[in-house]
Ligand binder design. Structure first.
Ligand SMILES: Cc1cc2nc3c(=O)[nH]c(=O)nc-3n(C[C@H](O)[C@H](O)[C@H](O)COP(=O)(O)OP(=O)(O)OC[C@H]3O[C@@H](n4cnc5c(N)ncnc54)[C@H](O)[C@@H]3O)c2cc1C
Length: 332
């Protein structure tokens, strides 16, 4: 049976300028393809999606499969899963990668089921072994283990990848590639779900996995009330707030802010860490930070050893002090 070596990346272009996961996966796919010899292909479905096809070429894809049809304007899980699996059956990519966004987590298992293949969810790394197989690294058993998974017998090898795991390539204005238009399959099943109306509610905040400055708070902030001061500091610094697991479990902030194995990976230019001990489940997700400032009353905390600047002090008082100083600077 013919097996192409191509790596496909599903084009999740919703909220394009903030949702960079497709571009991040494309970047990693180019490195993987350099080892396996296949092409890096993006697959885009929708209505009037040419601009996204061009973006994917500029960010590492050498071929983009485009299914452009007004019937795809309204996203439908059934239709999209049907179309992707149909073309995957026909064109037989070796690998199919999808961002582990809410959308990706919904569609990927359905595609895997239709293709009778395996799926590793929420990967935090992808590599190629010496037999050319995809090693899919993902936290498992609630984050207690890091599993390295291969798909020995079935194709495509499928994985969803956590946003923020890889760094997107710079936009290459000179990039050239192939755009292949595909027609919707004639036997498109009738949708069981009918959308009556939809409303787009853009969120005001940027995502912490894309933010240049992240302020991460841990249990050492002391209380929910004191933790709130980090939001004020974040507003002054145009930063995003992240948190450790105890903080999220104590409901000082929503689960969306969790940084770590069970949450998001971040790669800010500057990470300010307040009252965080530096457990491996947390630090595994901050290795991409360029510069770390940690505040902790314990100079021996792991977080302090990882930091470029370690301030031995009370986390809450230090936060208040920086807020005061920034406000004074703004007034001047
Ligand atoms: C399966 C599993 C998955 C997990 N996943 C995650 C995850 O995704 N993300 C995550 O973060 N954790 C995760 N954890 C939990 C992780 O092991 C740690 O328990 C957690 O990261 C610790 O959070 P913390 O640093 O806020 O709290 P603590 O470990 O309690 O540390 C508090 C720190 O604050 C300092 N401190 C105390 N008071 C002050 C003060 N007044 N001023 C300054 N410093 C002070 C202390 O010296 C200490 O270093 C997971 C654990 C398991 C078992």
């Amino acid at each position: 049976m013919k097996r192409d070596k191509d790596i496909w990346v599903f084009g999740d272009y919703r909220n394009y300028f903030r949702n960079r996961v497709t571009l991040q996966i494309l970047a990693r796919a180019t490195e993987l393809a350099a080892r396996t010899g296949g092409a890096v292909c993006a697959m885009v479905l929708g209505d009037n999606v040419d601009e996204f096809a061009a973006e994917y070429l500029a960010h590492g894809a050498s071929r983009v499969y485009v299914v452009d049809d007004p019937r795809l304007k309204q996203y439908s899980i059934e239709t999209y899963a049907f179309v992707v699996s149909r073309f995957a059956e026909e064109l037989q990519p070796e690998t199919l990668l999808i961002g582990a966004t809410k959308f990706g987590k919904e569609i990927a298992p359905r595609i895997a089921k239709k293709l009778h293949t395996g799926l590793t969810a929420d990967c935090i790394d992808l590599e190629i072994d010496d037999r050319g197989r995809l090693i899919q690294t993902a936290p498992s058993f609630g984050g207690n283990l890091i599993a390295r998974i291969i798909t020995p017998d079935h194709r495509p090898q499928m994985a969803t990848i956590r946003p923020g795991t890889f760094q997107e390539l710079p936009h290459d204005y000179a990039a050239q590639g192939e755009i292949v238009s595909l027609a919707l399959p004639p036997d498109l099943p009738e949708d069981k779900i009918r959308c009556i109306t939809s409303e787009h509610r853009p969120s005001r905040k940027q995502k912490s996995e894309d933010a240049d400055i992240v302020i991460a708070g841990g249990r050492g902030m002391g209380s929910k009330g004191k933790f709130k001061k980090l939001f004020e500091l974040a507003t002054l610094m145009n930063a995003e707030v992240g948190a450790t697991r105890p903080v999220v479990y104590a409901n000082w902030i929503g689960h969306d802010a969790l940084v770590g194995q069970a949450g998001k990976s971040i790669k800010p230019k500057v990470l300010l860490s307040f009252g965080v001990s530096g457990a491996i489940q947390h630090t595994a997700a901050i290795t991409g930070a360029d510069f770390i400032v940690a505040v902790n009353k314990n100079p021996n905390a792991t977080m302090m050893k990882m930091a470029d600047v370690a301030i031995v002090a009370d986390a809450n008082q230090t936060c208040l002090g920086i807020i005061r100083a920034l406000k004074e600077k703004i007034r001047d």
